[in-house]
Ligand binder design. Structure first.
Ligand SMILES: NC(=O)c1ccc[n+]([C@@H]2O[C@H](COP(=O)([O-])OP(=O)(O)OC[C@H]3O[C@@H](n4cnc5c(N)ncnc54)[C@H](OP(=O)(O)O)[C@@H]3O)[C@@H](O)[C@H]2O)c1
Length: 253
């Protein structure tokens, strides 16, 4: 059985990955769609031409991971595509963020992503693809978004190493978008709470995912949507971070 697996498939970019992978890879037998909200996954399944296997689960829950392991043992699928899109963020200073929220971000964005990747790797073959949804927040530390940015720096570092470990066998592409118009923005306080300079860079999930799928097909290591975010990536490499952070502080006022 040839499948694609997408975490965070109930909304935003994960949902869009389901739609676009279904249209690019019509020969897949199934798409395994993973998230906690089963109704949203069922609805998505109705609009897709390929069979969507709805897997409602919390990927940070060891019991659910156990069930996923059993499914893999039973079906022994060929995993053509794995997209790690599930993620969450809390936009507050460290001082006022609860210990639970800090641990929750690290648990989902880092530990669960690593566990899911390890789980599916033995079922991947030559020319399979892994897509990791990181963020432009991975490029530089982010005051008021410190833990989230650090988790995405982990995703970027982990995935770059994996890219090299698997080179010539399985392609790894790391997606690093700036702000994207999804539920994520609502969870972190809505567009209105964002500094006005950031609002200008909000991208559509369809465009970010389309670019990511094209970049994955070209086996590109990093996928960055939009000219401004590409410039930001280069700036973060050549300008000292303390200088960039000072500039951001000034333009955010
Ligand atoms: N939107 C942005 O501005 C932006 C920018 C850069 C990077 N990103 C990253 O992009 C990825 C996708 O986010 P998005 O923008 O598409 O936001 P989103 O619409 O909020 O999607 C997040 C997805 O993760 C799933 N999820 C959350 N916790 C989960 C858990 N414990 N177990 C299983 N699934 C879980 C959610 O589904 P359920 O609630 O149904 O579980 C949802 O499908 C995230 O990793 C995010 O950090 C977002």
């Amino acid at each position: 059985m040839k499948i694609a697996v997408i975490t965070g498939a109930s909304s935003g970019m994960g949902k869009e990955f389901v739609r676009q992978i279904a249209s690019h890879y019509g020969w897949l037998d199934e798409i395994w769609a993973i998230a906690r909200r089963s109704e949203a996954l069922e609805e998505l399944g109705k609009e897709i031409g390929i069979k969507v296997r709805v897997i409602p689960m919390d990927i940070t829950d060891p019991k659910s991971i156990g069930k996923l392991k059993e499914m893999l043992r039973e079906y022994k699928p060929y995993v053509k595509y794995l997209v790690n899109a599930a993620g969450c963020g809390v936009h507050r200073s460290v001082e006022v963020t609860s210990a639970g929220d800090c641990a929750g971000m690290i648990d989902l964005n880092c530990r669960a992503l690593t566990e899911i990747t390890r789980l599916f790797l033995p079922y991947m073959r030559q020319k399979s693809h892994i897509v990791m949804v990181a963020s432009a927040a991975a490029f530089i530390p982010q005051p008021e978004f410190a833990v989230y940015a650090a988790t995405k720096a982990y995703v970027l570092s982990f995935s770059r190493a994996l890219f090299r470990e698997l080179r010539g066998y399985i392609a790894v592409t790391i997606v690093c978008p700036g702000p994207v118009d999804t539920e994520f923005l609502e969870h972190i306080g809505g567009k209105k709470r964002m500094p006005s300079y950031k609002r200008r860079f909000i991208a559509r999930p369809e465009a970010v995912v389309n670019q990511a799928i094209l970049d994955a097909a070209r086996k590109k290591e990093i996928s960055i949507y939009g000219f401004s975010m590409k410039c930001f990536f280069i700036l973060c490499k050549i300008v000292p971070h303390r200088v960039l952070l000072k500039i951001v502080e000034v333009i955010s006022k």
